[in-house]
Design a protein around this ligand. Structure first.
Ligand SMILES: Nc1ncnc2c1ncn2[C@@H]1O[C@H](COP(=O)(O)OP(=O)(O)O)[C@@H](O)[C@H]1O
Ligand SMILES: [Mg+2]
Length: 258
């Protein structure tokens, strides 16, 4: 399964990604976390690994990809025919330099912004979409996609490479609005979508639930001191979040049962 994690900035996407990866890894699955957020610099720390070589850099870098995209746009066939991968990839086909590994959990990063004024993030979105669509998994493998804040990834079509969407909502009006919009978008794509409420107290949960469809909410993660301090210090989340694992199990059961 390829599961895409989305939500507003700071809602807890990378935190949930790392918790899910840790959980699946502990259950014996091979987990590939795919970082598609070009601005997010700390996910590797949550996973307890060094940052690997970005896939886009391995493929020639942003400028080269922009060149290919421009020539495709100017050609009679257009962008639809620009294929970055000429055959299916399995996890083992990914260049080793692009993978950082911690036990069963691996990290692949599509690309990061390195310099001011280097141009828009379209090539990264393009690589992410094609990579995910092209990647074939076997039964014991799992992909978790950490996305950038907001809804931009919908515009880039990254969801087309996913089997399910998990939206993280922090206690904010913005999250509620985003959730409604994202639910409409996933419905139009025929993609299952689930909500996880994060940084929650019982009172906040009651208030948020008044504005959300109950059947889509598959878990609630409370405000947690260990998660907060892992985020503050850039520490491996997994080692400090064992108390959250039963909640992560509930979230996974919610996905599997629907
Ligand atoms: N349940 C939680 N309790 C306390 N802090 C949390 C919780 N979830 C996330 N955080 C903290 O919130 C901040 C933003 O989380 P992060 O996962 O980086 O968000 P995103 O990837 O959506 O931008 C981090 O410092 C993280 O440690
Ligand atoms: Mg993040």
């Amino acid at each position: 399964m390829k599961m895409l994690v989305c939500g507003k900035g700071g809602s807890g996407k990378s935190t949930l990604t790392a918790l899910l990866a840790q959980h699946y890894g502990q259950k014996g699955k091979t987990v590939m976390v795919v970082d598609t957020d070009e601005s997010n610099l700390g996910l590797h720390r949550f996973l307890g690994v060094n940052h690997p070589t970005d896939l886009m850099d391995q493929m020639g870098g942003k400028l080269e990809l922009m060149g290919k995209m421009k020539s495709a746009m100017n050609s009679s066939e257009g962008m639809m025919n620009l294929k970055l991968f000429d055959q299916e990839w399995r996890l083992q086909d990914i260049p080793p330099a692009c993978i950082a590994e911690n036990g069963n959990v691996k990290l692949l990063s599509i690309g990061k912004i390195h310099h001011a004024g280097e141009g828009c993030a379209c090539p990264m979105g393009f690589v992410a979409k094609q990579f995910l669509k092209n990647l074939k998994l076997s039964d014991n493998e799992m992909v978790i996609i950490d996305t950038e804040a907001g809804l931009e990834h919908f515009g880039r079509g990254i969801e087309e490479g996913a089997d399910a969407v998990l939206m993280v909502l922090d206690p904010s009006y913005e999250s509620i609005l985003l959730a409604k919009k994202a639910a409409d978008m996933t419905a139009s794509l025929n993609l299952p979508m689930y909500f996880v409420l994060n940084k929650i107290t019982p009172e906040i949960s009651n208030q948020m639930r008044k504005n959300l469809p109950a059947d889509k909410i598959i878990g609630e993660i409370p405000m947690n001191q260990n998660l907060l301090s892992a985020g503050l210090t850039g520490k491996d989340i997994a080692s400090s979040a064992q108390s959250i694992m039963p909640i992560i199990q509930t979230i996974i059961s919610g996905i599997n049962s629907s």
